[in-house]
Each structure stands twice: as structure tokens, then as C-alpha cells.
Write a protein that binds this ligand. Sequence first.
Ligand code: ADP
Length: 270
Amino acid sequence: DERDVRLAEDLARRAAISVDNARLFREAKEAVQVRDEFLSIASHELKTPLTPLRLKLHSMRRSARSSEGAMDAETLRAHLDVAERQVARLSRLIDSLLDVSRIGAGKLELDWEDVDLAEVVREVVGRFEPQASKAGCAVTVRAPGPVIGRWDRLRLEQVVTNLLSNALKYGAGKPVELSVSTEAGHALLLVCDQGIGIESGNLSRIFERFERAVSERHYGGLGLGLYITRTIVQALGGTIEARSTPGEGSTFIVTLPGVSAEHSLQTPVS
Ligand code: ADP
């Protein structure tokens, strides 16, 4: 009768709530696990640069104290190079952590100004030139002309830097190509490598916070770069996606709205 129906409904509701609770509990447990794993990776990554830094400082200190004469200028320069590189690495890691906490607090502020995306790309590629040529990796830029829009220069530099450094890191030393163009009032940036690629099951996850598809510690990294990159691109009103074939390479596609019409290279629709 009616009471039985109500009882059954009540039981069903309770069952649904307990299924919900179990799911919430499982998700919370997973989140705690991810956070713990991230903390351990982050501590490791922050500690890694300290070893060579300490070693080089130590031998410079010994040389300064030495009565048999200090190290020669070339050795000193090489020591300073290593020390500076490790400090830069630490500073990049800390910047990423600060960005993530800024994003979490909803405090990622943008400085809107007219920026030429093609120029930003060439500048960032220039900055990576020593690293790329040392790795024997050819980086080419295809940009038929300026692509100017109202964006945030420093944040755009960060987007290009993250995508290019990933292309070099996971690019297996093969050529990398960046191309800038416009399409229907949007800027289009493609960063293309022929490296290790990404399994299709991981493609959607790589933009998540703390997500690292490559578990081998060999590559290092915090798994924050693409999360920060996507957040910036979205804050600029754009989109980012990745296409990849494992073993053949990956292409990251960024679109940004708001290309100034007078600078747009697209052929006008008549
Ligand atoms: P990180 O490189 O520090 O791990 P990212 O957020 O930059 O963090 O990238 C997340 C993951 O996406 C990487 O761990 C890697 O597995 C994968 N990935 C990113 N870019 C590429 C690429 N160009 N080729 C292959 N895998 C990539």
C-alpha cells in the first residue's frame, strides 16, 4: 500500500545518499593521495638543483681559501654557469608554485596590451636557442607577418615558453616547429614536435593540476606547466588542445580571440 511505497522510496533515497557519500569519500581520498604525491614530487624537484649548487659553491669557497692558488678564470666561469642555471631552475619552480596558488585564489591578474604574437614567439625561441642547439634540435618559426591582439605579453611569453620547453623536453631531439597565423579574427599558435607523444587516454588529463602522464622520473617536472598554460589561455578568452600520436609526436593548438583587424592577414571575404 501507500506506506510501503513511501518506505521503499525512503530506502531508495537513503541508498542513493550512501552511494553519493561513498563516491565523495573516494574522491576526497584520491585528492589527498594526489596532493601527497605532488608534495613529494615538489620537494624532490626543489631539492634537486641544490646538490650541484652546493657542490659548486663549496669548491669556489675552497678555491678562495686555498693557499696553492685559486681556480683559473675558465673553471670559475663554468662553476658560476652551473650555479646560475640551478638558481634559475629553482626560481622557475617557485614561480610555477606561486602561479598555481594565485590561480587557486582567483588572483591571476592580466595586464592587457597590444602584443604581436609572432614577435613573442620569435623572442622565446631565441631565448631557447642555446639549449636547443646544444641538444642538436632544430626549432623553426613560421609566421608570415605580425599577429597583433590585445593580450598580456608576459603571460603569452609564459604560454609559449611552457609549450616550447615541453616540445624540447619530450621531443626526442627531433625538429620542433612553431607557427603563428590568423583564422577568422582569431590568432592561431601551433607548437609541433616529433617526440614521444601522449597516449590518447592521457590527452584530456595533461591539462589538469599536478597531472604527469610520464611517470618516469627521468623527465622531471611538477606537472603544473600545462595547467598554468591552459588557465592563462582561457583567461585570455582562448582555447588550447593537444593532438598526439604516441611515438610520433604532439601538436598543441592555441587559439586567441581579438586579433586587430588591420593586422589580420586573412583574406577578406568578398
Ligand atoms: P611537466 O612537464 O612538468 O610534467 P606539464 O604540465 O608541462 O608538466 O605536462 C604534463 C604532462 O603532459 C607531462 O608530464 C607529459 O607527460 C605530458 N606532455 C606535455 N607536453 C608534452 C609533449 N610535447 N609531448 C609529450 N608529452 C607531453
